[in-house]
Design a protein around this ligand. Structure first.
Ligand SMILES: [Zn+2]
Length: 74
């Protein structure tokens, strides 16, 4: 089961496959752990944190998902 690593966040994926779970997780990151700031973020880009205390990453939704994929090989 895919859990969100952010402290205090109880989100977990409810999906039939690991791939679907990752898609849900990417959506969750964008919805709950992204931000809009008054710097130039092009349309279609999001800023996410993969972990609390980590760096904000400006990326696309698709890249966000890939980043997460590559960070968790097990
Ligand atoms: Zn979360």
């Amino acid at each position: 089961m895919k859990h969100c690593p952010h402290p205090g966040c109880s989100w977990q994926a409810i999906a039939p496959t690991a791939d679907a779970a990752l898609t849900q997780y990417a959506e969750h990151l964008v919805e709950e752990h992204s931000r809009t700031v008054d710097v130039d973020i092009p349309d279609g880009m999001v800023q996410i944190k993969l972990q609390e205390g980590g760096e904000w990453i400006t990326t696309t939704f698709e890249e966000a998902r890939k980043l997460h994929d590559t960070g968790h090989d097990e």
